[in-house]
Design a protein around this ligand. Sequence first.
Ligand SMILES: C[S@@+](CC[C@H](N)C(=O)[O-])C[C@H]1O[C@@H](n2cnc3c(N)ncnc32)[C@H](O)[C@@H]1O
Length: 293
Amino acid sequence: MPGSAADRWSSWIDCCRQNAVARPDLLTQLHGYRDRVLDRAQIQSGDDVLDIGCGDGLIAFGALERTGAEGTVIFSDISPELIAQCRARAQALGAMDRCRFLVMTADDLHDIGAASVDVVTTRSVLIYIDRKDRALSEFFRVLRPGGRVSIGEPINRFTLLEPPGRFRGYPIGPVEDIVDKLKGLWERELRPRLVSMLDFDERDLVAMSDQAGFGTIHLDLQVDIRPTPKDSWDRFLRTAPNPLSPTLEALMLAALSGPERERLTTYLKPMVESGNGIERRAFAYLSATKALP
Ligand SMILES: C[S@@+](CC[C@H](N)C(=O)[O-])C[C@H]1O[C@@H](n2cnc3c(N)ncnc32)[C@H](O)[C@@H]1O
């Protein structure tokens, strides 16, 4: 079950990156998220950028390319392991003079001075924060007047809470009794740990940005409902949908008997391998500006 690993964040990101190497569509999707967050941040040459929850540096290294020789990037994350990875990569790039590394939580940026950066970026991080309003206020505090924030967050109320009769994108038909057991365990034991992922939507992001003091706010919501791509059963079984959730394999071991696991596998595996499901995704992109005095 999730949450026991010393640094579940870095092991989850490692797993995602390996999957992205195996599945080019995932890599394209990841680059799409990165480019959209960075485009909306309108980074200028010489800007000082702060990336919150930088992970292995997807957004932050992209920002480093856009700031030019005079610009700087602060890599910040709650995971010391991921910050160490970013530091090693910056060293290899010879970019240490333009980078700073901070282990800190998004809702308490006390190591960063007020009005000290031009841009704050963050992607798929607020979903893990209970005090999202506090985080938004901190982003506002550290930005210089005229500075921009660019946020990209999945709206998991749409993605995780599936319509009845479906499980992880697939119709459950004849295995409904087995899936009910998995869903029961999820509701009882896992959902209470996922509150921060499900307690907001795009309107809340707008309201919290407004409340934090941002003068100009734009939000785009991208919703996609489409056929699932063909996938490997192993990948489907062993990839957790997020760092706080178990893999399907772990969920099955915890909730099902051996014969039930076999029945579910016999039904679901061919559907996953032939791409016979429906994928649902919603992603909110919010950008906002701190007004000049
Ligand atoms: C899904 S990953 C996204 C990483 C990166 N932003 C990207 O776009 O690839 C979520 C990241 O949020 C970080 N994180 C989780 N809780 C956090 C918190 N309270 N404050 C700052 N970062 C946090 C994790 O360590 C992880 O790197």
